[in-house]
Design a protein around this ligand. Sequence first.
Ligand code: UFG
Length: 328
Amino acid sequence: MGRYLVTGGAGYVGSHLVLALLDAGHDVTVYDNLRQGHRGAVPGAARLVEADIGNARRLDVVLSDGPWDAVFHFAALSLVGESMKMPFLYFMENAAGGIRLIEACVHHGVTKFILSSTAALFGNPERIPIAENERVDPGSPYGESKLMIERTLHWAGKIHGLRYACLRYFNAAGADPAGRAGEDHTPETHLIPLVIDAALGRRPEIFVFGHDYPTPDGTCVRDYIHVTDLADAHLRALARLDAQSVTYNLGNGAGHSVLEVIRSVERVSGRKVPVRMGARREGDPAVLVAASDLLRSETGWLPKYAELDEIVRTAWAWREAHPGGYGD
Ligand code: UFG
């Protein structure tokens, strides 16, 4: 059994990792300011520290209560569009906050650190699928802020021997298949929950951001990875840290267009989704698909929910059962 600290553990991806850690019999402390996270997303078996990663004193107290076998860092702002309007907010909260957290971890003798990073640091990639050695060139302050944390980890590794995993998520989607957790953002900006709400009649339609992209049907293509498979990849990356630090692109390796996602929700729900085709959203690359070969070959990771319909089915089940999300 290990003892793990999970910042942002009350958020969407973080809460699914917390479930995976608890299911594996570990001891989990969630550190979350509950601004985006939800109290209801933290299972009773985990401890919750309600605090901001910018709160140096509180962080110090929690980290002193070690030893910690690893720190998982999810706490972050994560909206590309918002970061284009408020770059400094992203550099302060994500980059400066993450850097201070890493320094505090090194200070308190933490030896393993797992970062929730993003495909957004590839900007408009030249090659698809995107391998780990693809040139990084963030297209937004959000992507840049995560890159700054990745670079800090690189130097913390070189100078202080910190072992780290940089896990670059593609499009996290779906919900815990047992229905214990799901996706609840305010405001919701992600495609799958929005399409589901349109199918449920909770919003009038889904607005498709651009249909003139150089893709087979003209809409953007993304690599949707089930959030439980994503959580499993974290545990496998953690195990790799006994040998070395790692960087992985976390996707299924399959791309689906916006229209394919809409058709999938229609199949799963048996309902018609009202669709309106519209203008492009600023900053959206046409295609983002991961080459997940490295993760597969080095850790034995295999997605359990690789099919789009399976991913959508779990998202549908959770959203239908929780019309008000976590209700806070
Ligand atoms: N989309 C629509 N209509 C909507 C919402 C989304 O057409 O109402 C489209 C987007 O244009 C995009 C696709 O659906 O082509 C997926 O959009 P999301 O907002 O669900 O996800 P993104 O691909 O924009 O972003 C996600 C994460 C980011 C991360 C990025 C990495 O949310 O945090 O993947 O590529 F940085």
